[in-house]
Design a protein around this ligand. Structure first.
Ligand code: FA5
Length: 325
């Protein structure tokens, strides 16, 4: 019968089809509108009546067989493809995974975390202030009026609206005094900005930790003892410090603290007894309360803690540096 011959031809072609595209072409050729099987179906009407039913059934069987052969061949091709992938793209589940790229905390973040923990343990509250400060908090309220030559000691980034990028964390003193009143024990960690020449121990953007304690009968003795205890704790050793007379308009008397490392002194911290003008600016009565304040360079502390030779590593973003922490 004609349909058997067509079926034979179709099955042979399907068997050797080697991809999905060829199968699709064969599907069109043997099952589509212009296929010989469809032509046979159309021609059924011209056959003698008694031949029509068996001939029609034969064509339909042939169509079903083609359909089935196409599906089977498609499945076979898919599984051939998958086993080829399985042969080439396998991996060994028992192998240990390659090392994962892991983030590291920045040394400043590590130190700030430790300082935070240490001071909270001593009953200090932690307060943050804004990086963009107004002239009052950065200068005037700290007893540095416009005419005061001490304004020149900080190379200030002035903003066009008359505000400044804070040159130190001391402005938070006034904010905290006004907010919490006395007695007060607080630290103010954070970033500060100075328009100054950068070298191995000076950055233009660095971090300070300000400490402020206000209570009755606070003396410089409390200040020196606190600084020594804190530095020894953070540097894990009995530190050797020296306290030199210093000058800050917002403390009186004022001191600088240096720390001895590898035979040389490095300046780490400015400090003093809070000036009565500053207490007043913070709304605290200097007749009733005294206090001490200090401003510690966190980046400098990091240099000492890890024996880093240059402060510029801190802002370098260099992974070779950061991956060591
Ligand atoms: C001050 O900024 C005062 N506000 C500190 C203070 C606070 C005094 C409270 C009294 C009472 P000074 O400019 O010295 O002071 O800076 C304090 C510390 O910040 C320095 O001892 C040093 O450790 C660090 N520091 C200062 N300048 C830089 C810089 N350019 N780069 C890195 N660290 C610096």
């Amino acid at each position: 019968m004609q349909s058997d011959a067509i079926l034979d031809e179709a099955l042979r072609a399907i068997e050797v089809a080697s991809n999905e595209d060829e199968l699709q072409q064969l599907r069109v050729r043997y099952l589509g509108r212009k296929s010989p099987l469809t032509a046979l179906l159309r021609g059924l009407g011209q056959l003698p009546k008694e031949e029509r039913a068996p001939a029609g059934a034969a064509v339909n069987r042939a169509k079903q067989s083609v359909e089935q052969a196409l599906d089977e061949r498609a499945a076979a091709l898919r599984s051939e493809k998958e086993s080829a992938i399985a042969d080439t793209e396998w991996f060994d589940l028992s192998l240990p995974p390659p090392p994962r790229l892991q983030g590291h905390r920045h040394p400043i973040t590590i130190l700030e975390g430790e300082l935070d923990h240490l001071f909270r343990g001593m009953g200090y509250r932690v307060v943050e202030g804004p990086w963009v400060e107004d002239e009052f908090h950065n200068f005037d309220g700290l007893n540095i009026p416009e005419s005061h030559p001490a304004r020149d000691s900080w190379d200030t980034f002035w903003l066009s609206d008359g505000n400044v990028l804070r040159t130190h964390t001391s402005p938070v003193q006034i904010r905290a005094m006004r907010r919490f009143g006395a007695p007060l024990r607080a630290i103010f960690p954070g970033r500060v900005f100075r328009n100054e020449a950068v070298d191995a121990t000076h950055e233009a953007v660095f971090n300070q930790l300000e400490g402020l304690v206000i209570d009755k009968h606070i003396t410089p003795g409390h200040l020196f003892h606190s600084i020594n205890a804190i530095l020894s704790e953070i540097l894990n050793e009995d530190v050797t410090t020296r306290f030199r007379p210093g000058f800050f308009p917002f403390t009186e008397p004022s001191f600088e603290c240096d720390i001895l490392r590898d035979g040389s002194w490095m300046e780490l911290c400015g400090m003093g007894m809070v000036h009565p003008h500053v207490l007043r600016a913070g709304g605290i009565d200097p007749e009733e309360y005294t206090g001490f304040a200090f401003g510690l360079g966190i980046d400098r502390l990091a240099l000492m803690r890890w024996g880093i030779d240059d402060i510029r590593w801190m802002n370098s973003g260099d992974l070779r540096f950061l991956e060591q922490f």
